[in-house]
Design a protein around this ligand. Structure first.
Ligand SMILES: C[S@@+](CC[C@H](N)C(=O)[O-])C[C@H]1O[C@@H](n2cnc3c(N)ncnc32)[C@H](O)[C@@H]1O
Length: 475
């Protein structure tokens, strides 16, 4: 029998990595443009729309790819949208919980606004709405309290110099092949809580080396930030934490396979996949259209004048489902966006679980009978959770009021929300949001459902979100 060849993990082989990425890139989808109906033998016809039955025998409307701008929609209708563009252009640079599939904001932007309009996303997350607004020549503002969200969205909406991208990524890749453990100094390694539990020793050295290599590139800050996002996108997968959980947690049973050279290899693959996408995005003619992510704004306090926006589109957080600061805690530590306790940041989040004991001493009412019934039922089992839910609705009412104020008359606010189960009670968020909107003065133009095609991150099974409701509100 042949002796097993010993293969040291370093230096990594760029040739092997390039070959692997070239195979993956072969399947790349070309970003498509939305289209309208076509006429066939004098009949109106949508080539990518068809009726089918879902798993419960109900009729749903399936739309493959781009959603026709003028697609007729009935109240309560169920759609199954199949998305192809989740990693087109800059959309796939980084995972983000409950991210829009790009075809949805694309459709809404084209349906409800025109070129040069100003679009708002008050819970902008990873900036999907803003990327689509740019592509379709609408100015946009994205508001989010999370520093990681703002960092990521800025990178996804900033065009870069193509030549600089080309030479800097080659330089970066070459540098990865020169890694040795000894070449990393203590000062290259960030300090953060439980660092040595989250990461294996070799991985810490590799990540520190990559970060230093990015810092040493002679490029502008925008390009450097793009590479930081590439670094950030591999952090969860090379950590000891579960890749598929919203919270950053280590599960011993997982037996995650982490090996020396893994961070260097994954980073090289990511660069090779993302640079061509960034080049494609950077070549778009944006015609002076901008996407901005202002500091010190909050979905509940939008620092813009009355009647400023033509359209608003958003997917707010779910009550009690995703703890965003904990989702990205390791990424934030490596990017220098956080270094200690996350609690002050958590408190800013709509849907936060960081509440004080004094807050839930008594039962509170939001003034919507159906919601108050559920809050009361939850209160009997768990007063703290009842308060979290009450506070969520209160915050959403404040947001609806703010968006009403900053929207032009006749402007739409489109809210995409899911239902979840809280303490055994179905929390029909869409119904409560509709009631709150009407109270404020919005007219409900339409509402329909979209089945979620791909949830990249799992939420605990009992609190799973199945279907999104899309509510079109009009001022
Ligand atoms: C469901 S995500 C949005 C995802 C987004 N549609 C996308 O495609 O990436 C909800 C976002 O709301 C943000 N958020 C929570 N509380 C907020 C607040 N008070 N003001 C603004 N944004 C907030 C969270 O940080 C999170 O990024």
């Amino acid at each position: 029998m042949d002796a097993i060849e010993y293969k040291p993990p370093y230096p990594i082989s760029l040739d092997i990595i390039k070959e692997k990425v070239a195979k993956r890139n072969g399947n790349n989808h070309i970003y498509a443009k939305p289209y309208n109906h076509v006429y066939s033998r004098g009949k109106l016809y949508y080539p990518n729309v068809k009726k089918q039955k879902n798993n419960f025998g109900e009729t749903i409307t399936r739309v493959d790819g781009n959603i026709p701008v003028d697609l007729p929609v009935e109240n309560g209708q169920s759609f199954l949208f199949i998305s192809y563009d989740q990693s087109a252009l800059t959309h796939g640079l980084h995972k983000y919980p409950a991210k829009f599939f790009p075809e949805l904001p694309r459709w809404l932007i084209n349906r409800y606004s025109k070129k040069n309009d100003i679009v708002l996303d008050p819970f902008s997350g990873s900036g999907t709405t803003n990327v689509e607004a740019l592509i379709y020549k609408r100015n946009s503002i994205g508001i989010d309290v999370d520093p990681f969200s703002k960092f990521l969205s800025k990178v996804k909406t900033t065009q870069l110099n193509v030549e600089e991208l080309k030479y800097s990524h080659e330089e970066l890749l070459e540098n990865l092949t020169r890694f040795t453990s000894e070449s990393v100094n203590d000062k290259d390694i960030p300090n953060f809580p439980y660092r040595d539990n989250w990461f294996q020793k070799e991985i810490i050295l590799e990540l520190a080396y990559i970060r230093r290599s990015i810092n040493e590139l002679k490029v502008n800050q925008y390009l450097r930030n793009f590479y930081y996002i590439c670094l950030s996108s591999i952090i969860r997968s090379v950590s000891n934490a579960d890749n598929n959980c919203t919270r950053t947690v280590i599960r011993k049973k997982l037996n995650k396979n982490i090996y020396p050279s893994m961070a260097l290899t994954k980073f090289a693959e990511t660069i090779l996949l993302n640079v061509p996408k960034m080049i494609e995005f950077s070549k778009l003619d944006l015609n002076g259209i901008t996407a901005e992510f202002p500091e010190d704004n909050d979905a509940r306090k939008i620092k813009y004048p009355n009647e400023y926006f033509d359209l608003a589109i958003t997917s707010p957080p779910y009550a009690n489902a995703v703890d965003y600061p904990r989702t990205h805690q390791l990424e934030m530590y490596w990017l220098g966006l956080a270094n200690g306790s996350l609690t002050p940041l958590k408190r800013k989040h709509v849907g936060t679980e960081s509440v004080k004991i004094t807050d839930y001493q008594k039962l509170r009412e939001i003034g919507i009978s159906e919601a108050d019934l559920v809050i009361e039922r939850i209160y009997k089992k768990d007063p703290r959770r009842a308060y979290i839910v009450y506070k969520y609705l209160w915050d959403m009412e404040t947001n609806l009021n703010e968006v009403y104020r900053v929207l032009k008359t006749n402007g739409r606010y489109i809210v995409v929300v899911g239902n979840n189960t809280i303490r055994g009670n179905t929390f029909e968020n869409w119904k409560y949001i509709m009631k709150l909107s009407q109270k404020i003065g919005f007219e409900i133009e339409s509402y329909f459902t979209s089945e979620i095609i791909r949830h990249f991150i799992k939420v605990p099974r009992t609190e799973r979100i199945n279907t999104d409701w899309i509510i079109v509100l009009r001022k």
